[in-house]
Write a protein that binds this ligand. Structure first.
Ligand SMILES: Nc1ncnc2c1ncn2[C@@H]1O[C@H](COP(=O)(O)OP(=O)(O)OP(=O)(O)O)[C@@H](O)[C@H]1O
Ligand SMILES: [Mg+2]
Length: 208
């Protein structure tokens, strides 16, 4: 019997324990993300109470439904602004389905045999996308390299579920994004040192 993409996803939602997983439909790959509540990190919350430094602010807690609505709406908003994000191909109260946008940048750059040329090729593309997001007066919210992907020469932003109280200004959130991205580079195992000054200069040059 012919099954639609939603039916295949629905059946797997029940049997698959992962909160996010890929499925195949008519030779295309898709990602299914279950609705789940977002909670601020406990350690971060604790530190923020004793050290109310804006950059340490915890994200807002959201119910599963709120988190799903927030993430899909932000994906649509970014798409309408010409920011590379996966298309939301289906959504209901319990899950949403995204088109596949390739391999996580984190997976590509953590290879210890990566050449400098390849490393900076990916890093420059991520910086370009983050600068595009920021130049459109938006923020990512979880700008670590695991939340950017690469497919056919293009970098995409994924995992837009974080949100913050409206009292925090957009410039702080942009700065936080950039710091998160820089911190996520620390985990790479390349045989050469990363030139952080170059990376910072690239970002500064590309942002208004
Ligand atoms: N549309 C997509 N195309 C390709 N890969 C994807 C897509 N969506 C998710 N992934 C893969 O699944 C992983 C987890 O997805 P996502 O970051 O949205 O979930 P998460 O559970 O919120 O992650 P985190 O651990 O960052 O909180 C990504 O790092 C990426 O490898
Ligand atoms: Mg993620």
């Amino acid at each position: 019997m012919y099954k639609s993409l939603e039916e295949i996803a629905c059946a797997q939602i029940l049997s698959n324990e992962s909160e996010i997983f890929s499925i195949e439909f008519e030779n295309q790959k898709y990602w299914v993300k279950k609705a789940r509540a977002t909670k601020p990190n406990k350690i971060q919350k604790f530190f923020y109470q004793i050290l109310p430094f804006e950059l340490l602010m915890p994200s807002l807690p959201k119910s599963a439904k709120e988190a799903l609505v927030h993430e899909t709406a932000k994906l649509e908003l970014f798409r309408s602004k010409g920011i590379n994000v996966p298309k939301v191909v289906y959504q209901c109260d319990d899950f949403f389905i995204l088109e596949d946008v390739g391999v996580a940048i984190h997976a590509l750059i953590r290879n210890q045999h990566i050449t400098q040329e390849k490393m900076y090729y990916y890093i420059n593309k991520v910086i370009e996308l983050l600068a595009t997001i920021h130049n459109k007066n938006q923020f990512h919210g979880g700008a670590q390299t695991r939340n950017f992907t690469y497919k056919e020469g293009k970098v995409f932003a994924i995992d837009l579920e974080e949100s913050f109280t409206s009292s925090i200004d957009i410039e702080t959130l942009k700065f936080r994004d950039f710091l998160l991205l820089l911190l996520s580079f620390v985990k790479i195992k390349a045989s050469f040192e990363l030139d952080y000054e170059y990376i910072i200069q690239q970002y500064v040059a590309l942002t208004k």
